[in-house]
Design a protein around this ligand. Structure first.
Ligand code: WT7
Length: 648
């Protein structure tokens, strides 16, 4: 096969799984999932072992997902305490700060136990109990890891809100989950700039229950407002708290965390993951996909505000007793060599990042990579969106020096861990393909026009999964019905990913992107409806429709069509005002890249906006607009084409 890359014999010899083992184990995992996961479940420590393994139904109206149901465990004990006999003095977390002049920190498992315990004791002193929700709105600092593990330790459910989200987004998440406590910091330094997290939290809490307590990490030491009785200095309380906190026995199906993600309607969805199955799956995928071995240094560049950070900075690596790197900064600060400088400095063995980061660094030249010694690297990973072959080749040649397998991992917030990915010693890679399913995952390709499963090997359609795996989400917080409708309603009997895909003659999967109203901006998921509702909340906006368009660096950019209120002048100041408005309503990641003034939008006679047409115009693809005769007013299309925005 041409364009196929295989791992070296040396890599394969040492790999946890080789080609023969993959075939055998995969077949076993789908033939008898009970037996397969009964054994794999043993990779974590249980307080009371399970007798039941799998109890799952994808039947619409009765969707229910339970794994290891009668087992009990504690996730924090699995990530810390169980390593204490062998690894107390091993580094658990290497913290690399935003500013390279600030020294990095090496936190051992023993220190992690103490800090986590102290924080757990502070939470307990505030009355946080098993099942209570705690919102975490922190920079990428060790306290974020302590906070997650402290919640897990006492059975509280954490809900992390990415530090790039606005006060409104934070308030909505605090309110939706009815959190008792929010943990934040004074400021979040990133790329030499500071985000005022405490001020954002103050603004958010104006819209929340008065009883919500605010724990503040004094990280940069900058001045902030302080509300007596509500705001608490977390580091000071931790210093006073007891250094050990016993862990709580939790049921396998007790929720571990909620993580809000964008869907095709305006309201973000609170994805719920539970304790036992999630941890088994995060640990297993971390070990096998990345071929993690004792002594390796694993670096996932994501933020803990996203699921990638949950599964592959914290839970997977720590459950495996790994050394995991936590990086506060950005790839281009203080210069475009920062990623590679950090790899060299900490002798990183596995490096996991997003195609958007690779594309942005590619444009800045290879000298930034060549400056640093990358000989410690053994494997590279990619996540968040399809990786284009140019970026794959650059990554392979300049970072991996042609000797590191690249794992292109396809998965989602909802899936807890990798679904489709090469296993590096087992599955030859093709640039741009996520290749083959992980153990226990049964992908099916359906024809969207008739919901028929495509039996031919070589085919394309929408990607569904036919059976449950332990890392799967269990429900949407407080809305099981929406969960069923969103994921199991469209293609009965299957979990619908929302992605399109192609399967080639070798049975390799190629993800082609979202088929719903979700766009992927720099590997971050954005609901177009969310941006639209932010825009129409502006007093000068009458209506808006948002679509994605191809963007060289971000993968997709945000293209907003905006109809103004009668009599409002479309000016460049107003365009800036709307951009700033969306930034404050949702956060900087949602800022439209292009805003086109649209005196009218293409609608059917029943008033439904024809997004297909808007997408085509945004993509500069007018040849295939399809049938426009059913539009209430076909002339608006001409108008929109004539005034389309230059993508530059
Ligand atoms: C969506 C999920 C899972 C962590 C990061 C994003 C896209 C993700 C890949 C990949 C092609 C990918 C899909 C998916 N996606 N990884 N390797 N190849 N597409 O998590 O925010 O839940 O987004 O990201 O469209 O549905 P998320």
């Amino acid at each position: 096969m041409s364009g196929v890359y295989e791992a070296s014999a040396e890599f394969v010899a040492r790999a946890h799984v080789d080609a023969a083992a993959y075939e055998k184990m995969y077949a076993a995992s789908v033939a008898d999932p009970e037996a397969f996961w009964r054994e794999e479940g043993q990779r974590i420590d249980w307080i009371k072992s399970y007798t039941k393994v799998k109890d799952t139904s994808f039947e619409f109206g009765k969707v229910s997902i339970k794994w290891f149901e009668d087992g009990t465990l504690n996730v924090s004990a699995n990530c810390i305490d169980r390593h204490m006999s062998r690894r107390a003095n091993q580094t658990a977390i290497i913290w690399e700060p935003d500013d390279p002049k600030t020294p990095a920190r090496h936190i051992t498992y023993a220190e992690l136990l103490e800090e986590t315990s102290r924080m757990a004791n502070v939470l307990k002193s505030l009355g946080v109990e098993k099942g209570d929700r705690v919102v975490i709105y922190l920079p990428m600092i060790p306290e974020a890891a302590y906070a997650m593990l402290a919640c897990a330790r006492i059975g509280a459910i954490h809900s992390i809100v990415f530090a790039g989200f606005s006060p409104d987004a934070l308030a909505n998440r605090i309110n939706d989950s009815k959190a008792k406590v929010v943990i934040t910091a004074d400021h979040a330094p990133r790329g030499g700039k500071k985000t005022p997290l405490k001020a954002n939290t103050d603004a958010a809490l104006l819209h929340c229950d008065d009883h919500v307590k605010c724990l503040v990490v004094k990280h940069t030491g900058d001045q902030t407002t302080w509300i007596e009785g509500r705001d608490i200095d977390l580091k000071q309380q931790m210093a006073w708290a007891k250094p050990y906190c016993p862990y709580t026995e939790m049921g396998a199906e007790d929720p571990l965390f909620i993580l809000y993600t964008s869907g095709s309607t305006g309201k973000p969805k609170g994805v719920v993951h539970t304790s036992g199955g999630y941890l088994v799956y995060a640990a297993m995928t971390h070990q096998i996909t990345f071929d993690y071995h004792d002594g390796d240094v694993f670096w996932c560049t994501a933020d803990v505000g996203w699921v990638t950070g949950h599964s592959y900075i914290i839970y997977g690596p720590l459950a495996n007793g790994a050394t995991t790197v936590m990086f506060e900064g950005v790839p281009t600060f203080p210069d475009a060599g920062r990623f590679w400088e950090v790899c060299a400095k900490h002798k990183v063995t596995q490096f996991y990042t997003a195609p958007t980061a690779i594309r942005s660094l590619m444009g800045l030249g290879t000298e930034w990579v060549e400056k640093h010694d990358l000989s410690s690297l053994r494997l590279l990973g990619s996540v968040g969106e399809p990786i284009n072959p140019e970026a794959w080749n650059w990554y392979n040649t300049h970072v991996g020096k042609g000797r590191c397998p690249i794992v292109d991992t396809f998965w989602q917030t909802e899936t807890g861990g990798h679904l489709i990915t090469p296993l590096p010693g087992a599955i030859p890679q093709k640039p741009g393909s996520a290749t083959k399913p992980f153990f226990g995952v049964k992908p099916v390709v359906l024809d969207p026009s008739n919901a028929q499963v495509q039996v031919a090997v070589e085919t394309e359609g929408v990607l569904c999964i036919a059976d449950s795996w332990p890392g799967q989400m269990r429900t949407l917080w407080g809305d099981h019905q929406r969960f069923e409708e969103a994921y199991f309603g469209q293609y009965r009997g299957y979990y619908f990913t929302g992605d399109g895909c192609r399967r080639d003659a070798d049975g390799y999967y190629w993800i082609t992107g979202r088929v719903d109203d979700v766009i992927n901006v720099s590997g971050h998921r954005m609901g177009t409806a969310e941006v639209e509702s932010a825009l129409v909340a502006h007093p000068k906006v009458a209506e808006s429709a948002v679509v994605g368009y191809p963007h060289d660096i971000k993968g997709q950019g945000i293209y907003a069509y905006v109809t103004l209120m009668k009599g409002v002048e479309p000016t460049s100041e107003l365009r800036k005002e709307l951009e700033a408005w969306v930034r404050t309503e949702i956060g900087p990641i949602a800022k439209p890249d292009l805003i086109q003034w649209a005196p009218g939008l293409p609608k059917t006679r029943s008033g439904k906006i024809m997004r297909r047409i808007l997408r085509k115009i945004a993509e500069n693809d007018f040849g295939s607009l399809g049938d426009t005769s059913t539009l209430a007013d076909p002339s608006v299309v001409e108008e929109l084409i004539a005034n389309r925005m230059n993508r530059g």
